[in-house]
Structures are given as structure tokens and as C-alpha cells.
Design a protein around this ligand. Structure first.
Ligand SMILES: [Zn+2]
Length: 173
């Protein structure tokens, strides 16, 4: 899938497990990070020092598209959150790590719908639906439209759940 589709899916996934602005931001960033293994892609081009050697070492849709990578990012986010909450004397939360796991998971699932992914890397076996490039863009566009409509629903739901707005809506009814 294209970057915009992964970013939107990540934002929605992040919001589902961490229902606030941080969940959306973390989700949209973590939703695209897996494509750092492709130096020709928009994510990889912005991080050539990492993407080029990574692609040479393991290829595309391997390590960064695996359960192992998602789990490592989950643990990394937990550690960073624990350090930050300790330094800032704030409440420790698992929510940010769940947002990272959900959005990296959404990336893997979406890529499996339009191609093959080494989800169990270091096992080299790739799993997913292989399709021609012309079909890839059609499926990507269809998913993007569905996700955009879903995000409108999520925003409306959150907006309605907001106490000020819901009290206003209750007053209008
Ligand atoms: Zn990918």
C-alpha cells in the first residue's frame, strides 16, 4: 500500500487503542515506519542512511514487516514511556506502546493484501496475496477511500463523545 494509506490506517489503529490526539499521531508515524526498508519509497528516501543498508542486508517487506519488528518497537516504546513518565513524574501508560503495535500491525496486514510479506522473519517464507501492479493501485485506492470514510466516523464519534458537544447535542434534541 502507499504511504498515505498506511498513515491513515495507522492513525485509525492508534486511535482505537489510544483514543486521543497522541494515539493518532503515534499511529500515523508508526504506520509508515516499516517501509524504511525501501530506499526508493517516500519513507526510505527521507532516511537513506538507514534504508539503503537495511535494504541491502535483508530486502523489502522482511524484518521491518515482521512480528519481531513490531514486538521490538512495542518494547522500545514501553521503555521510552517508562523513562519519560519517571523523569516527568507523570502516570505511566501502556497506551502509546499499544498504539505502536496496532499501527505496525495494520501496516503488515495491508501489505499482505497487496503482496507478500515475511511476517515471521527471520523465516524467509513470504505470506500474502500477490497481484499485478495495475490491481495494486486500484486496491490501494479502494482501501484509502474506505479508511477515509472510517476516519470521518471515528472523528464524529469522538466529537460526539466529547462532554461539551454531547451536552450541546442533548440540549438540541
Ligand atoms: Zn510496507
Amino acid at each position: 500500500m502507499l504511504r498515505r494509506t498506511h498513515s491513515l490506517a495507522g492513525a485509525i489503529s492508534g486511535y482505537v487503542v489510544c483514543p486521543n490526539l497522541a494515539g493518532i499521531l503515534i499511529g500515523s508515524l508508526a504506520g509508515v515506519i516499516a517501509d524504511v526498508d525501501e530506499p526508493k519509497g517516500s519513507v526510505g528516501r527521507s532516511m537513506l542512511l538507514i534504508s539503503y543498508p537495511l535494504n541491502r542486508a535483508v530486502g523489502h517487506r522482511t524484518f521491518t514487516h515482521s512480528i519481531l519488528f513490531s514486538s521490538l518497537l512495542f518494547v522500545f516504546t514501553l521503555v521510552i514511556t517508562a523513562i519519560a513518565s519517571s523523569m516527568l513524574h507523570t502516570h505511566f501508560t501502556f497506551e502509546f506502546a499499544w498504539a505502536v503495535l496496532a499501527s505496525t500491525g495494520s501496516h503488515i496486514l495491508l501489505d499482505m493484501l497487496t503482496g507478500r510479506v515475511a511476517v515471521f522473519w527471520p523465516s524467509k517464507k513470504k505470506i500474502g496475496i500477490k497481484m499485478p501492479l495495475s490491481m495494486y493501485f486500484i486496491v490501494d485506492k479502494a482501501f484509502f477511500v474506505c479508511l477515509a470514510l472510517s476516519s470521518i466516523f471515528v472523528v464524529f464519534y469522538h466529537w460526539r463523545e466529547n462532554t461539551i458537544v454531547s451536552s450541546l447535542l442533548a440540549w438540541l434534541q
